[in-house]
Design a protein around this ligand. Sequence first.
Ligand code: ARG
Length: 461
Amino acid sequence: MSKKIASARISAESSSLLKALNDSLPFDKALYREDIEGSRAHAWMLMKQGIISPEDFEAIDRGLEQVLEEIENGTFGLDGGDEDIHMAVERRLTELVGDAGKRLHTARSRNDQVAVDFRLYVLRHDRQIAKLLRELIASLLRVAREHTETLLPGMTHLQHAQPTNLGYHLMAYASMFRRDVERFESSFERNNLSPLGCAALAGTPHPIDRRLTAERLGFREPTLNCLDTVSDRDFALEILFNIATMMMHISRLSEELILWSTSEFGFVRLSDKHATGSSIMPQKKNPDIPELLRGKTGRAYGNLVSLLTVMKGLPLAYNKDTQEDKEGVFDSVRTAELSLRVLREMIDEMTINEEAMEAACAKGHLTATDLADWLVKEAGLPFRDAYHIVGNVVNRAEELGKDISEMSAEELAQVDARIGEAACALLDNRRSMNARASEGGTATERTLEQIQRMEEWLQKP
Ligand code: ARG
């Protein structure tokens, strides 16, 4: 095998070094199923078009089926020193069926072969990740539905801002993950085109029919231009970008779960399954799982930037640089699918401390804006004046060691006589949460509407 890349003028030592650099079998063996599927479709098309005999097709097809079995049961180990998965499968096929095996590569090149294998792999995972995301969204919707009345301090700058509810907060994440689903699904649609039959770069003089193989492999149709196709890796870049963005969303949610499970917040308790102890501090329960999800986002970004950089400046068409496309994609796909499964389990099994969330709403004067709005609407004050009066109310509340939601009508009136009973009622956190009833707002009824609409979207096929 190493003869292929060595020559009479290269020493044995450097040839094994070259082989270590050049061979992709150690990682592209993950594509064995796609490789065999693509080869069987190709052989079938060659037979249909009269390019190989029915006898040769039968031999190839049975042979490839046996290679698949041998790989799956471990009798063909994919560690025989072949250069890549394409060479390994073809070698074993030829050992099994003789000359017929040597006819398989008619009207084909490894350039279209790797393009079809890798595309089939990526398309399969575009769908798999979208499915896992939909399952995660279903879990978020279930918890959100239970908590549309659970008060939660909404924050900006990580400072208490206005009262919201937990269901509303979770719907923000469900919205991010829905965009992710749409991205994976549209990448699938855009890239569902067959590279097979492009051969090395320019097509082939053999009378092939690319539509036959495209249809048999489940592609919408063949790609338009072979020169583009053999060097196009946009489908791989798209899954890497989609995963990087999805991991960013997962990381943001993880960060909140980490904060929420501190003793300062105490909003949630992760199940013991998703926390670990410290080797030295016996009291500790650490949120390692969301920390890992947050940390793994880094490698997803790295894989995207790596492939963008590999592709930059490549002249048409195939170049060996492209072989660097696979390991990052395999890593990102594995990371994404594992992360989604773990995150869903964590959401399903965490305990929510509603009292702590509601108690937190009694800090930070969350309803100050409601009072200013009232002074504008009911007392006819210019907003800037109202803003200053409320500032004085907040100062007074701090002197009293209270939140403004806890001040009595008399205490309020002492600051400004225009603030009476009616205004006092406004300062209630739950009333304030429900008052933000504009479309997309936090009011319980509006949150329920958002949940309902997302459920309808989720049920559509
Ligand atoms: N192992 C190669 C890859 O992953 C397969 C294509 C090789 N084609 C070639 N002309 N050397 O890209």
